[in-house]
Design a protein around this ligand. Structure first.
Ligand code: OMP
Length: 270
């Protein structure tokens, strides 16, 4: 069963022939000179990136940390960025919320009623009642952290089989078809385990690019049986492109390259 969010996501995948989610994680100190002279540098920077990369994207994922770090102006830039993105391209609020139910209700209202995002990332650590306020938004996407891409996933998640338990729980919580799992690209062998447990839960997969995840291996294990059900996030690899020359040209080339790499890796699997 696909809810409204996952239907919208698959529409965007089809339209742009893309499973590339582009992370909008602006680091104020790294914003190139021309954008710094604008009234709202973060928004000007994001707007240029969105204009250049929308044809390659199936989703955008702003991580709230980078906007909150810029204070009240950053929050304004975030709102403007979200409002600027075409309504056809879903927006995943990377907010990694987690709190007791009554507080989670306020977080969910913020993400969905104020920012009007299509989906959110949440941490399962506080259990089912802490996720209920998000899951009650049946038309939205709720991506639950399952196996994170950072080295610290070896502290609790993997040695205690928490990734397995989270995948099993999310299978049960997915009665509205609005759940997804965040599964990092840096540990494909564990990603495979999660896919075996949750064969029809869509994956949001960060960790390609700056974190060195193995795209070929990820694409071997990530797809659902019908070949769908996953998106690959790249943030710094696109918005902080290497090389010299015009910045937006390099951003466009990087987005085109990851878009193509995903296709090539998929073809190599076939
Ligand atoms: P890059 O490493 O620059 O591509 O950024 C990755 C983005 O994905 C950042 O916004 C991270 O916060 C986020 N992320 C991870 O890197 N690892 C995870 O396990 C989960 C996330 C996420 O929830 O998106």
């Amino acid at each position: 069963m696909k809810n409204l969010f996952f239907y919208k996501l698959e529409e965007a995948v089809r339209t742009n022939n893309s499973r590339l989610c582009i992370g909008l994680d602006p680091r104020v100190d790294d914003i190139p000179a021309p954008f710094c002279n604008e009234d709202d540098p973060i928004f000007a920077f994001n707007k240029a990136i969105i204009d250049a990369t929308s044809p390659f994207a199936c989703a955008f994922k702003p991580n709230f940390a980078f906007y909150e770090a810029a204070g009240i102006e950053g929050i304004t830039s975030l709102k403007k960025t979200i409002d600027y993105i075409s309504p056809e391209i879903p927006i995943i609020a990377d907010a990694k919320r987690s709190d007791i139910g009554s507080t989670a209700e306020a977080y969910a209202q913020s993400i969905f009623d104020y920012f009007h995002c299509d989906a959110v990332t949440v941490s399962p650590y506080l259990g089912e009642d802490s996720l209920a306020p998000y899951l009650n938004f049946k038309d939205k996407g709720i991506f639950v952290l399952c196996l994170t891409s950072n080295p610290g996933s070896m502290d609790f998640q993997i040695p205690n089989d928490l990734h397995i338990q989270v995948a099993q729980k999310v299978m049960r919580w997915n009665t509205a078809g609005n759940c997804g799992l965040v599964v990092g690209a840096t540990k494909p062998e564990y990603l495979k385990i999660v896919r075996d447990i949750a064969p029809d839960i869509p994956f949001l997969i960060p960790g390609i690019g700056a974190q060195g995840g193995d795209l070929e291996k990820v694409l071997e294990f990530a797809p659902q049986g019908d070949g769908t059900g996953y998106i690959i996030n790249v943030s710094r690899g696109i918005t902080q492109p290497s090389g010299e020359g015009d910045f937006i040209t390099r951003v466009t080339e990087a987005a085109a390259r990851y878009h193509k790499l995903i296709h090539i890796a998929k073809e190599n699997m076939a």
